[in-house]
Design a protein around this ligand. Structure first.
Ligand code: NAD
Length: 339
């Protein structure tokens, strides 16, 4: 039985809890949150997708406010790090150096220098660190990648990827809206699509971004062209300046030579393959979500199973690097080459 802890028990901490409960051979033994009222406040966590308000059985959990104490008292096999982003590196490194495998939420860190520190400690400790790039595991996104890689519908001509919602205001101290702690909309939200673009097409040679600033002066919307040598037109857009009544959209249109792949969380059906000949259809996809699938994948790896390589630390760091280039491009109003 894998003994699991969760540090940071807000929206994503509870989401990981709910996922871990479904992973056979794992049990959540302890949670840690600086908030001493975590049990009562657990009811208020919300988020973009899903029901953060899953019942949590606190009677089966040891509850800590100090991560060091949780690590020394619990002898954990694995920990989910679902803390605000600026706290990822130090706490991931702390857990790894204590001999604990780490499933850490995306983005890996605020900058690529910090990512490199996390990679160095992973290598030194011999433990597993996986970053929560859940979109790679999201059933429709995983299926789209499978279809593209199969070559069945020819080469990719173009792709557009969107992630749009209202400002994230669910955190207790509003850390999301503080760029110093979250990295802002580009690093926090839009990185999901940046990482998926990298997953599908590899590292872009350069990026060309435009951004819109919100009332606080930080970016609230970013739109990027990812430049490759092969004349594909790949763009992604992320924004958290939408009005609350808009809800949340994650979507893509991928244009292949012989089919268009369409996904939009807000539509029914959400996912369609529109072939050059014949009617559009919805392919079978795994009946799950990317959060659970990535945690199940991590659990298998921690248990010693041989797992398919879906996300690597170098790629997670590269996604942060691409975002750094996108922010630079948006602020300078020019193309930025990725080194
Ligand atoms: N994969 C996804 O789809 C997705 C969605 C939302 C957020 N995220 C990421 O997950 C991470 C957490 O986001 P969230 O929405 O859960 O935030 P949140 O504000 O809801 O939760 C963070 C929790 O961490 C606790 N905390 C803060 N400092 C702490 C410390 N030093 N020790 C212990 N607990 C501490 C807070 O009290 C809070 O309960 C972020 O990196 C965010 O980018 C990922």
């Amino acid at each position: 039985m894998l003994k699991v802890g969760i540090v940071g028990f807000g929206f994503m901490g509870q989401t990981h809890y709910k996922c871990w409960k479904k992973v056979e051979g794992a049990e959540v033994a302890a949670i840690c949150d600086v908030n001493p009222n975590i049990e009562e406040d657990t009811k208020r966590a919300v988020g973009n997708i899903g029901d953060g308000q899953e019942e949590v059985d606190f009677s089966s959990l040891n509850v800590y406010t100090d991560f060091d104490k949780m690590l020394s008292d619990e002898k954990l096999d694995a920990v989910s790090i679902t803390l605000p982003t600026y706290l990822h590196p130090d706490n991931a490194i702390k857990a790894l150096s204590a001999g604990v495998n780490v499933m850490c939420e995306k983005p890996m860190a605020l900058n690529s220098r910090e990512c490199a520190r996390m990679i160095a400690e992973t290598e030194r400790s011999g433990k597993i660190l996986q970053i929560g790039h859940c979109v790679r595991f999201w059933p429709e996104y995983a299926k789209a990648k499978e279809i593209i890689d199969s070559g069945e519908y020819g080469k990719v001509i173009a792709g557009t990827f969107q992630r749009l919602g209202a400002p994230p205001t669910w955190s207790i101290d509003n850390w999301f809206l503080d760029e110093q702690r979250s990295g802002g909309v580009a690093l926090d939200l839009h990185i999901h699509d940046t990482d998926y673009v990298q997953y599908l097409f590899g590292m872009p040679k350069a990026v060309c971004s435009v951004g819109a600033k919100g009332p606080g002066g930080g970016l609230i919307h970013i739109s990027t062209q990812y430049l490759y040598d092969n004349y594909t037109a790949i763009t992604a857009e992320g924004g958290w300046g939408m009005t609350p009544s808009f809800g949340f959209e994650m979507s893509f249109n991928i244009v292949l030579e012989k089919a268009t792949l369409v996904y939009d969380l807000t539509r029914t059906p959400m996912f369609r393959i529109c072939p050059a000949e014949g009617e559009a259809f919805t392919p079978e996809v795994e009946k799950s979500d990317g959060w659970l699938l990535q945690i199940a994948h991590f659990a298998r790896a921690v248990s010693g199973a041989k797992v398919e390589e879906i996300t690597t630390l170098a790629q997670s760091m590269n996604s942060v690097k691409i975002i750094e280039a996108e922010k630079e491009s948006a602020s300078k109003g020019m193309k930025v080459v990725i080194k």
